[in-house]
Design a protein around this ligand. Structure first.
Ligand code: ZN
Length: 223
């Protein structure tokens, strides 16, 4: 998926269930079952809870009175940034590749802030799909293409390094990209000792050479 518009659309759709749950829960707690009226102002389109722009807008307009107490302060910044991107997307204004990946990373932060870590894999997948080119350079093994909807989480709970980049791998449990045996509990912590002395996926003998080889082949997983 290289079309920026399609990626933005997919990201916004992936955001809807997480944002919806959060927004409706706190609006109802605060205003009671009639909270819909609170959001439907004269002259504006009625609030629709399947519309990502409506949910983002509600998050911003009710930030001070409702959501501020239930989310970290950065969430407000995420909402503002995404409102801008979503509006430009809706008006078919062009959004460049850097802006798209920034928007996706922001959606991921927002989803995790309101719904927890389980919300992150779908955004990791979109981030990866957005820039598979990064997986190629520097002699790295080419990533294996996966069908859409394939999970990036392997059975033992570690993530598949073929589907990640430096950003999406950071601090995650990640399978070693070279030997695919070792699991790094919080990537990239410990990569150097493993590469230097233990990794079965590196064939050189000198520890410094081994580290350099590992680092070069899997440069996309390092910032
Ligand atoms: Zn290894």
């Amino acid at each position: 998926m290289n079309d920026p518009e399609a990626v933005i659309r997919a990201g916004l759709q992936a955001l809807v269930p997480h944002l919806r749950r959060f927004v409706l829960l706190h609006l109802e707690k605060n205003y009671g079952p009639d909270f819909w009226q609170q959001l439907s102002r004269p002259g504006e389109r009625p609030f629709k809870d399947t519309d990502p722009r409506a949910l983002i807008k509600a998050g911003i307009s009710e930030w001070e009175s409702v959501f501020r107490l239930h989310a970290p302060g950065q969430v407000k910044q995420y909402l503002h940034l995404l409102r801008d991107v979503a509006n430009r997307h809706a008006h078919h204004e062009s959004v460049n590749a850097d802006e798209v990946s920034h928007a996706l990373a922001t959606m991921r932060l927002l989803a995790v802030a309101v719904a927890g870590d389980q919300a992150s894999p779908e955004f990791d997948r979109l981030l990866f799909q957005l820039s598979p080119a990064r997986a190629e350079g520097a002699g790295a093994r080419q990533a294996v293409p996966r069908p859409p909807g394939a999970t990036s989480r392997l059975t033992d709970g570690a993530l598949d390094p073929d589907l990640l980049d430096a950003y999406s791998a950071l601090n995650k449990a990640v399978l070693c990209p070279a030997c695919r045996t070792k699991v790094f509990k919080a990537w990239p912590l410990g990569w150097d000792a493993h590469a230097a002395f233990a990794c079965g996926g590196v064939t050189l003998s000198d520890p410094e050479d081994r580290k350099r080889d590992f680092r070069t082949r899997f440069a996309r997983l390092f910032r």
